[in-house]
Design a protein around this ligand. Sequence first.
Ligand SMILES: *Cc1c(COP(=O)(O)O)cnc(C)c1O
Length: 389
Amino acid sequence: MTGRPFLPYGRQDIDETDIAAVAEALRSDFLTTGPRVEAFETEFAAAVGAPFAVACSNGTAALHLAMLALDIGPGDRVAVPSVTFLATANCARFVGAEVIFTDVDPATGLMTPDTLRDALDQASPGPLKAVLPVHLRGDAADLPGLSRVARGAGAVLVEDAPHALGSEVDFGDGPRRIGDGRWSAAATFSFHPVKTIATGEGGMITTADEGLAARMRRLRSHGMERPIGADPWLYEMREPGFNYRLPDILCALGQSQLKRLPAFAARRRDLAARYAVALAPLAPHVRLASTPDWSRPVLHLLTVLIDFEAVGRRRRQVVEALAAEGIGSQVHYIPVHAQPYYVQRYGPLDLPGAAAWYRRCLSLPLFPAMADADVDRTVEALSRALGLE
Ligand SMILES: *Cc1c(COP(=O)(O)O)cnc(C)c1O
């Protein structure tokens, strides 16, 4: 055991400017809905190049609000990649819709136009309303390709983008930012502490559709509306909503963190480049997950694909050996279609790309406060754990 602090696979970076911003909010007149909500939304929209942004209590609420605002309900279908966090699939179930699990490319972990088409061909009939690509690790899915397949089936894209804040794409029409509303009806973000910016709990939805933004804003606060020019006490409700508000205190933290996003992104890119160099000698047994041509990611996760069979080690041994050297790692993700709830609902599914990804994936520490030497010691510990020195 070394005396060095434990390196988690990801963690927040809170500095004195963040603390000062929260303290200022605490001293103000507003703890929940106040001026910082709209300010954070405006600044976030500008940061990703989106016309509108709606803040909400977390990334799961963001997905739920998107489903509600798109009028997705019982009998409808929503397609999601199996390699993602539970919430991507669960949001369809929140509104009574059925989930169509798509396979992923085993080199990237991403839904592709082919895996989407295959899943739709095999799905039981019913209206497809939305396709939810996940920009796993921060690399963007093929948005124009997926949008074409989705549109052909009468559906829109909703990007589940918590991993891709700051990521850019170029699909041949110049650089764009993830979440700008070019290809999708909406994109959702999370500010959980391991994500690229943190508010503790927090979420955001970006969209180019003003009506959708207004409806999500209503639905995050009970469906209440104040008619313009009405009596001061009056509010109206046309559909029931939720309490999915993001408090002013957390919006203050979000604003402060967002100012630091360029520095966070640059540091994540530097660390990822250093990992790429350090990991190269471990090929072909260890490879970084692939980055598609169009993707210029700010990686949220540094995921390697390990051929455990070829090196004769089990993943659990490797995870434990890393932990013994003070290094955290994590598996992103257990394919969601294999969760007991979904097996019970849809039966066992054969998604070989997701299975291959799951067999090999391991996420290593990546967060802005890491030192270059942390990358080196992580890769050294990994090669020892795999017997590849
Ligand atoms: C983090 C995450 C979510 C959920 O966000 P919360 O803020 O934790 O609710 C949803 N989808 C993906 C892909 C995520 O990484």
